[in-house]
Design a protein around this ligand. Structure first.
Ligand code: G3P
Ligand code: CA
Length: 258
């Protein structure tokens, strides 16, 4: 598997599965990671939270209610509490018994198969937050996935911190809503390698600015063939999708007819 940097240079377009294939399996579970791989998506995006005993787990929300049978703040629970939860039934009874994965478990599924886009959630800038980010980075390094991973965040201080740990780590600055700055201004400030925004935030000015400054631009969340065609016409290089199955299938028809 070539490095992500080489891959970005060599491919016209990247489809990234959002929280795994979260439209067809419960988000951020091993089932959704496997489903994403099965669709042929080139990359998987996932979110990381930290338990009260400092375990890194793959989970989006701060609270457990929406995607598990648990209650309360995940950051106040031990790993053992979190591991006892059912993270699949809320989505479909077929997925009963899916667990909240450890980051390490998710990396084992992803490694060597697809690229990883790991989102660092906005964190209060303090010593514990820095330790958490450091631990996430160490997990990636220890798994031997440094060259196949990109760190994305709305928290641009977190991205700068990641670059300070090792300038070779690749990062994507996610546009903060209401930030009117152009991508080159945003990425220059936090030394990011790429820029991400929502479909609603995608403007010709932003795309043009990325082209002019040679900044790869990706868009979230693109779930339909019509949205895919719209963003490709706009000139983006990648999409994040809950339905990588639908997007990959449609992308293949577009590449075939191109
Ligand atoms: O790729 C960006 C996207 O993951 C950010 O939003 O809420 O799904 O984490 P969210
Ligand atoms: Ca995310």
């Amino acid at each position: 598997m070539m490095s992500l940097a080489e891959y970005v240079r060599s491919t016209p377009f990247i489809v990234c599965a959002h929280r795994g294939a979260s439209g067809i399996a419960p988000e951020n579970t091993v089932a959704s990671l496997q489903a994403a791989i099965d669709t042929g998506a080139m990359m998987i995006e996932l979110d990381v939270q930290v338990t009260s005993d400092n375990a890194l787990v793959v989970f989006h929300d701060e609270h457990l209610e929406r995607t598990t049978n648990g209650h309360g703040d995940i950051r106040a629970c031990t790993l053992s509490d979190v591991r006892s939860l059912d993270a699949g039934s809320w989505f479909d009874a077929r997925f009963a018994g899916e667990h909240v994965p450890l980051l390490e478990e998710a990396l084992n599924v992803i490694k060597g198969r697809v690229y990883l886009n790991i989102e660092i959630k906005p964190l209060t800038v303090n010593e514990q937050a820095a330790r958490n980010i450091h631990n996430i980075v160490l997990s990636i390094i220890n798994a031997g996935m440094t060259d196949h991973t990109v760190f994305a965040s709305f928290d641009h201080h977190a991205l700068l911190f990641i670059k300070s740990l090792d300038g070779r780590l690749r990062t994507i600055a996610l546009n903060v809503p209401d930030d009117e700055r152009l991508p080159h201004e945003v990425t220059r400030e936090c030394l990011a390698d790429g820029y991400g925004c929502s479909v609603a935030e995608l403007t010709p000015e932003r795309v043009e600015d990325c082209k002019e400054h040679n900044i790869p631009i990706g868009v979230y969340t693109v779930n339909t063939p019509a949205e895919l065609e719209y963003v490709i016409d706009m000139g983006v290089q990648g999409v994040v999708s809950n339905y990588p199955d639908v997007i990959m299938a449609h992308y293949r028809t577009l590449s075939f007819t191109a």
